[in-house]
Design a protein around this ligand. Structure first.
Ligand code: SF4
Length: 355
């Protein structure tokens, strides 16, 4: 990844990695202007590991921008324009990203922002009235160029000033992809990326993992959401148990552990690692520790097949305790996987993005 943090550009672009965001930049680059793509990152979206590949494959300059804290605080406060089909606050998210991009203009001597939104592509968040709300609330009314649909939209400052030629911008609208594919061929975009997406807030399977956290923790932090993305998730009142499903999960759990967490390992058998986190400093009774050990031991086939009690070690900073447990024994205390249910935000939007 190149270091673009203090270099000069003519424009900054919201860059998701999807085809529309590539084309939106290409239309401006084709006019001889320098564009820096901003790739926003949070526990829910962003692939910083792909940046080098995107830069090399598509001839782009891309900077990762971590918006985790701003995003989570918007999310916890309740997004002003509600949620989409699942947990995705798309309108507020776009306002947040554009606001962040606007703040970065001066640092890069850039004068305008590009986004790959297409008029009418999504039923709600890319309707003309929503596009207008987004540019109004992000305070980018005259400097936001939606280059794929620009000729359907009022001229912006860079068009009026002749920095970019309006007639060379796109006039795409609607849900079809034909125009984008034609443009991709013109710009030799190969391979054509699969549709932008991958936002975990648009998928029930991942979004359900955040529900207990949103309900139980007063002030969840980015690392809490990264933890919710990792391994098997189980909750018992205010106790949160994450169990690795493979070596990668186990390593990730270890790296996310704080000094308030209890780490559980089987002593003599291969198996998952457990991370037990009491929420908001809840005290931890021994029966919870013991039941967490029992649950963890169920996920080690070798421990289960041993037909005897197995040793588990629980560690927290300098403290350590061992438990001798029958794996798979029925527990009186209930550990449950989170189930999907929509939180009670106002529900005004209904789709996901193309930035
Ligand atoms: S789908 Fe896209 S716009 Fe919507 S919340 Fe996720 S990243 Fe933001």
């Amino acid at each position: 990844m190149n270091n673009h943090s203090n270099q000069a550009y003519d424009a900054l672009a919201l860059f998701s990695g999807g085809l529309d965001s590539i084309l939106a930049i290409k239309l401006i680059q084709a006019q001889g202007l320098r564009v820096l793509g901003l790739h926003f990152i949070s526990p829910f979206f962003g692939h910083p590991e792909k940046i080098t590949l995107w830069e090399e494959t598509y001839g782009l300059s891309i900077l990762p921008v971590d918006v985790s804290r701003e995003f989570i605080s918007m999310f916890i406060d309740g997004p002003r324009y509600g949620l989409g089909k699942i947990l995705n606050p798309c309108v507020d998210c776009k306002i947040l990203m554009l606001t962040a991009a606007k703040k970065m203009l001066g640092q890069h001597q850039a004068s305008f922002i590009i986004s790959g939104e297409v008029l009418g592509q999504r039923p709600m968040s890319q309707r003309i009235d929503t596009l207008n709300i987004i540019r109004r609330d992000a305070d980018v009314k005259n400097i936001l160029v939606r280059s794929l649909s620009a000729r359907h939209l009022p001229p912006t400052d860079p068009e009026k000033k002749g920095i970019i030629l309006r007639e060379k911008l796109g006039a795409i609208s609607g849900r079809g992809r034909k125009d984008q594919i034609r443009l991709a061929k013109k710009f030799n975009i190969d391979p054509i990326p699969t549709p932008a997406g991958g936002c975990l807030l648009t998928e029930k399977e991942s979004a359900r993992r955040y529900i207990p956290l949103l309900e139980k923790k007063k002030d969840p932090q980015p690392d809490d959401f990264y933890l919710a993305n990792t391994g098997r998730q189980l909750w018992n009142r205010n106790y949160w148990l994450c169990i690795g499903r493979n070596k990668e999960d186990n390593e990730r759990l270890t790296s996310l552990a704080t000094d308030k967490d209890y780490i559980i390992n089987l002593k003599f058998f291969p198996g998952p690692l457990g991370l037990l986190r009491p929420i908001d400093d809840a005290s931890l009774p021994e029966e919870i520790l013991e039941s967490a050990c029992e649950v963890l031991s169920r996920f080690s086939p070798k421990a289960r097949q041993s037909n005897r009690k197995v040793d588990l070690v629980v560690q927290k900073e300098d403290w350590e305790k061992e438990f001798l447990i029958w794996p798979g024994q029925q527990q009186s205390l209930q550990w449950q996987e989170p189930v999907w249910k929509k939180p009670s935000y106002p529900d005004k939007t209904e789709d996901s993005h193309t930035l």
